[in-house]
Design a protein around this ligand. Structure first.
Ligand SMILES: NC(=O)c1ccc[n+]([C@@H]2O[C@H](COP(=O)([O-])OP(=O)(O)OC[C@H]3O[C@@H](n4cnc5c(N)ncnc54)[C@H](OP(=O)(O)O)[C@@H]3O)[C@@H](O)[C@H]2O)c1
Length: 299
């Protein structure tokens, strides 16, 4: 089937609380890198046209121009691009955002630690996305030895959930003990950690999420250990071999591998390129054999 006809539903669905999403979604972090606003909007339109109904974002996904330089300019927030492209939001579209890290009006990054700061971040997301209630909010932490409990911050979000500002809660950059600590406070629908073919150190967490019926949503599935630096130009021989065998790209193999890690694993590939959106969605239809998975596991 031509890439452009493959829909995000090809890898099936998962349910976040009462919200059903296609397992192949979209991450919006890369949208603010390109000064071409129309191209960013086209990426979002293309993703939704292809059936993507799970978008990941954050209020601190901001273009490096404008406030980050302290200059007046075309400040672009991924959350506002999402609103401009997609509001009024189509039925069934789920937008997941994250709080914890934040960015002040003068462009300074900070980490929210108090209930007041978390409330302000939730309100900022509501305002920028133009929503009355956020579908899913992940508490994104920075792990620090000796200062490791998520309880106080998760309780603060659970109160905002009770107030009706948040539908479902998740966690990001956590360990299994954080997951269980949070689950004792309120239901957790997803965990978002870095995980990829070449970065499998959270294999236990992936498995434990599955055992608890919690979605595992890896970020950097394509970028892997290169993280913010993005997709690699060079690939492990096994990845290239599998890609050649299927007539697809290495990036598509990395996404397909991700989706083969369990029915509860959701992909949120990030791109600022409308062509790459279609390629990434097409990876939802790519089926890898048991032999190929073994081959890739040691890539
Ligand atoms: N919770 C957290 O702490 C956290 C941290 C980081 C990210 N995230 C979320 O996770 C999402 C995914 O992470 P990410 O966007 O950094 O990384 P990613 O999805 O692993 O990869 C993005 C990189 O791959 C390239 N790419 C994407 N599709 C491609 C294709 N089909 N062919 C070739 N190159 C391709 C992109 O460049 P092009 O733009 O040129 O396509 C970019 O360099 C983010 O967008 C964000 O929503 C969460």
């Amino acid at each position: 089937m031509p890439t452009s006809q493959i829909a995000a539903s090809a890898a099936g669905t998962w349910t976040l609380g009462d919200l059903t999403v296609n397992r192949l979604g979209f991450g919006s972090m890369r949208l603010t890198a390109d000064p071409d606003r129309d191209r960013a909007l086209a990426v979002l339109h293309r993703a939704v046209e292809l059936g993507v109904n799970h978008l990941d974002t954050a209020a601190f996904y901001v273009s490096p121009g404008g406030i980050l330089d302290g200059q007046p300019g075309p400040v672009r927030y991924a959350t506002e691009l999402i609103r401009e492209a997609l509001a009024p939001y189509p039925e069934g579209l789920v937008v997941t955002t994250k709080v914890g890290p934040g960015i002040t009006e003068d462009g300074t990054f900070y980490q929210a630690s108090t209930p007041d700061q978390l409330r302000r971040q939730v309100e900022e997301n509501l305002r920028r996305l133009g929503r009355d209630r956020l579908d899913v909010v992940n508490l994104r932490i920075i792990k620090k030895a000796g200062e490791d409990s998520v309880a106080q911050r998760f309780e603060a979000l659970a109160r905002l959930q009770e107030e009706g500002l948040i539908r479902h809660l998740g966690l990001s950059n956590v360990r299994v003990d954080h997951l269980d600590e949070a689950r004792a406070i309120a239901p957790v629908v997803c965990v978002q950690n870095s995980y990829a073919l070449d970065k499998q150190d959270d294999a236990d967490l992936l498995r434990e999420c599955g055992a608890r019926g919690v979605a595992f949503v890896p970020f950097f599935a394509i970028a892997g250990t290169r993280r913010e630096a993005g997709a690699a130009a060079e690939h492990a021989p096994a990845v290239s071999q599998v890609a050649r065998a299927h007539g697809v790209t290495e990036q598509q193999v990395r996404l397909a591998w991700t989706l083969h890690q369990g029915g509860h694993v959701l992909a949120i590939p990030g791109t600022g390129d409308p062509e790459h959106v279609a390629d990434n969605v097409a990876a939802a239809a790519l089926r890898l054999s048991a032999e190929e998975l073994v081959q890739l596991g040691s890539a």
